[in-house]
Design a protein around this ligand. Sequence first.
Ligand SMILES: Cc1cc2nc3c(=O)[nH]c(=O)nc-3n(C[C@H](O)[C@H](O)[C@H](O)COP(=O)(O)OP(=O)(O)OC[C@H]3O[C@@H](n4cnc5c(N)ncnc54)[C@H](O)[C@@H]3O)c2cc1C
Length: 380
Amino acid sequence: MTKNVVIIGGGTAGCMIANLLARGLKTEINQRTVQITVVSDQEIHIYQPGFLYIPFHLKQPEELIRPMDQVINTHVHVILDRATQIDTHKQNVHLEKGESLPYDYLILATGSHPKVEEIPGLQEGGHMFYTMESALRLRDAMDHFHGGKVVVAVGLPHKCPIAPLEFTMMLEDWARQQGFRKQTEITYAYPLAGPYGTASVAEWAEKEFNNRNIHIETFFMIDHVNPEENVIVSVDGRKLSYDLLVVIPPHQGANVVRESKLGDKEAWLPTHRHHLRLDGQENIFVIGDATNLPISKAGSTAHFEAEILSHNLINLLHGKKGEKPYNGKVFCFIETGLNQATYISFDYENPPKPVPPSKWVHFAKSGYNEMHWVNVKGIL
Ligand SMILES: Cc1cc2nc3c(=O)[nH]c(=O)nc-3n(C[C@H](O)[C@H](O)[C@H](O)COP(=O)(O)OP(=O)(O)OC[C@H]3O[C@@H](n4cnc5c(N)ncnc54)[C@H](O)[C@@H]3O)c2cc1C
């Protein structure tokens, strides 16, 4: 009997675990005792961290995209379709085009996306950089910006918690390089007491922002954008006027999670913090942004989780006992301008501590961005 491992999602988490499993189970796949299937609703794999560079003309869209067959191991069966319903009783995944896929093990790697439509006026009055289209639109707006009021407003939770800080410091540097920093006022509006959710990073970011004369507007919970008056309004009625508005809306989990009633009200999947099982399900696992784990929704999180889960599943399929626990490991580079960066490394027990920024770390981040195409193959 063939054991079917079905993975939903062809992003960082889905591709990485598919490739790691295919390498570890090559013999079983060749003997047809195991089949690995990835269901992806996109024909391409997108390197989302590259969106950060698009508004500054530092990356082009084609550098961030590869066809799925160039990033997924040839031993993996890829289905380009959308999973519409997961039936945990019958162990089946229903696909939009009508197919029904049975699974023995299911891995949910369905990611997260911004709730753009829940901020009235945002699409007309503001910008984002969390999708390819929005990053390109922001690039056009920045091409026509020559100084004025910039507001970067953040809603929680969202993927890559660091990216809005990075964008703001890059923008400040960019305005200086363009020669209109003195005519530019930058405000960072955040829903908490500081500019970040973790105390050590918030303290560090506050100092960096103060040094760069970036104003922090705390406890700013976004209510709506008024495009006629060029203001963004908080739930408590505060108004910030802008000439250029960049918003990172709160995120939610995938629609299939909601449609299958597997997640909470924001469609985050309740996941065991060490073994990455979906609560109450012995043979369903969750990795990447889709989990409800109290850690950053980041590509590096997906990477470390994929390493642990693939090891455990390969063991299981080899009939061995024992599981390695995921300890919440995350590693993130942080751009602090156009040519300097720092990094943080942390886990469930150890909070992050940013080191002083340097151009060497910026080069390391640039190299890491290029390495994604090797990294995602599970080779490193
Ligand atoms: C601007 C920006 C900067 C970032 N910077 C960094 C960084 O510096 N470092 C870092 O570590 N991380 C960074 N990230 C975060 C990182 O990109 C994500 O955390 C990572 O992509 C998560 O991987 P994932 O596979 O869980 O989700 P995704 O990569 O989003 O993949 C999920 C996939 O599942 C597909 N899918 C969803 N539902 C279905 C369905 N029903 N059927 C089939 N397919 C489905 C989606 O279309 C998508 O292709 C950044 C993200 C952004 C937007």
